[in-house]
Structures are given as structure tokens and as C-alpha cells.
Design a protein around this ligand. Structure first.
Ligand code: ADP
Ligand code: MG
Length: 239
């Protein structure tokens, strides 16, 4: 059975169909790239999966069990974590305090939460910044912190919303390595990303959405050559 099953997922905002009849699965420990032009509905898919937005129709199952209707906190408890397109740590808290807050989800005792937070920070190469204020971090380290906060909730499925945005090419390589490391640690990943180099390197499979609907699915190298995908990105006529 797939870890995540999405079937006929639809969400309208007034007259706008942000996500329309979308279906795809994600296997255990797979990295699925979710790509598409701006406004295609990618972030809305993440909002639907994580309970920030409710579907107009469709099913979302983790391990065969529906997560539709659960509040974001309950979805996190079921094992789904996300990062946000715009990073938003608590700037007045230290790096360690930011991650400890997330770790409380599965470690109610403060000492345990702090220990787990430090462990996650170490794995992401942020151990030496634990005592710094989140606002003092470089952009790459802010992205690390965003990943650390998500991992500190102990997820099985991690949803990454444009984690490479604003990074230079060598930083993109570092961030790609982090995502690969997270997967090696046993976490399944859905990666929304415009940096195609990262999508091509990290994804096992790619789903392409346009105007809320799936227009292609397959191995990354194959999908980016499909006429419907080129048309969605570059406005070329599809064959
Ligand atoms: N809460 C909302 N209310 C109204 N419209 C929304 C809301 N969230 C997203 N949308 C609209 O849904 C469409 C898809 O947005 P989004 O999921 O953010 O796309 P992407 O992440 O692929 O750029 C856009 O037209 C956007 O304006
Ligand atoms: Mg988005």
C-alpha cells in the first residue's frame, strides 16, 4: 500500500478551482516532485494534506486512514510535517528553542524535547548555531532551521514547499544533499520546487500540475520533455 493516497482531490475558492480532481500516490521512502507554474495549486495541495484547508471533494489517506477533517496539529501527530514557502521562525527565540517547540509534539518532557531538538540540529549541521537567535541566521541556515522544525515533529511524510527559493547554486547543492539525507533516514518526501536541477537530482517521480489538474506523471527526465508540460511552462502548443 502507498504511504499517501490522494484521490479526486478538489478545492474551489469561490469560482476558482485551485485543485481539480487530483489523484496520485506516494510510496514509502519515495521522493515525489510536485511541480507546475505559479498558481498551479501546489501550495493548496499541501494546505489540504495538512488540514489548513478543507477539500471541496476527494480523499486523502495516510497508511489507508483518512486525514480529511483533522486539524493541522492532529495531522502532524499522525506523522505529516511541512515547511512553508516563506520561512517564519520565531525571530526572538534561539534556534534550539524554535526546534524544541516542535519537538514537544512527541516529547512532552522538556529535557527530552531539548535533547531531541539538539539531535536534529546536529544532523542538519546547525548544532553550532543552537544558541543563536533565529533572526541572526543566513538564508541557508534559516532553511536548515525550517527543516529542523519539521523533522523535530518526528514525521513519516515531509512536505517541502520551495525549500530552495533564494539559494545560490552551491547552496542548492547543499540543500539537495540534506533532502537526500532525510530520505535515507526513512522519511518520505513531497518536494515542491521551481529549481529544476534539484527536482531532477532528488525526485524518484514527478507529478506536474497546471490550473489545479495533473497533466503529467513519471520519471523526471521523461516528464520534462512532455509537450503538455512544455506548454504549461512555456506556452508552447501541445502536440
Ligand atoms: N485561501 C485562498 N483563497 C482564495 N484563493 C486561493 C487561496 N489559496 C490559494 N488560492 C488561489 O489558488 C490558486 C493556486 O494557488 P497556490 O496553491 O498557492 O499555487 P502554487 O503554490 O502552485 O503557486 C491561485 O490562483 C491562488 O490565488
Ligand atoms: Mg506555492
Amino acid at each position: 500500500m502507498a504511504l499517501l493516497e490522494i484521490e479526486g482531490l478538489t478545492r474551489t475558492f469561490g469560482g476558482l478551482r485551485a485543485v481539480g480532481d487530483l489523484s496520485f500516490n506516494v510510496g514509502e521512502q519515495e521522493v515525489l516532485g510536485l511541480i507546475g507554474p505559479n498558481g498551479a495549486g501546489k501550495t493548496t495541495v499541501f494546505n489540504l494534506i495538512t488540514g489548513y484547508v478543507q477539500p471541496s471533494a476527494g480523499r486523502i489517506r495516510l497508511d489507508g486512514k483518512s486525514v480529511v477533517g483533522l486539524r493541522p496539529h492532529a495531522v502532524a501527530r499522525r506523522g505529516i510535517a511541512r515547511t512553508f514557502q516563506i520561512v517564519k521562525p520565531f525571530p526572538g527565540l534561539t534556534v534550539k528553542e524554535n526546534v524544541t517547540l516542535a519537538a514537544f509534539l512527541r516529547h512532552p518532557a522538556r529535557r527530552d524535547a531539548e535533547a531531541f531538538a539538539l539531535d536534529v540540529l546536529g544532523r542538519l549541521g546547525l548544532g553550532s548555531r543552537a544558541g543563536d537567535l533565529a533572526s541572526q541566521l543566513t538564508l541557508l541556515d534559516q532553511k536548515r532551521l525550517e527543516l529542523a522544525k519539521a523533522l523535530a515533529t518526528g514525521p513519516r511524510l515531509l512536505l517541502l514547499d520551495e525549500p530552495m527559493g533564494g539559494l545560490n547554486p552551491s547552496e542548492v547543492d547543499v540543500a539537495s544533499g540534506m533532502v537526500e539525507e532525510i530520505r535515507r533516514g526513512g522519511v518520505t518526501v513531497i518536494l515542491v520546487e521551481h529549481v529544476m536541477k534539484a527536482i531532477m537530482r532528488i525526485s524518484d517521480r514527478v507529478v506536474v500540475v497546471n490550473q489545479g489538474e495533473k497533466i503529467a506523471e513519471g520519471p523526471p527526465a521523461q516528464v520534462v520533455r512532455e509537450p503538455a508540460v512544455l506548454a504549461a511552462y512555456f506556452g508552447k502548443r501541445s502536440a
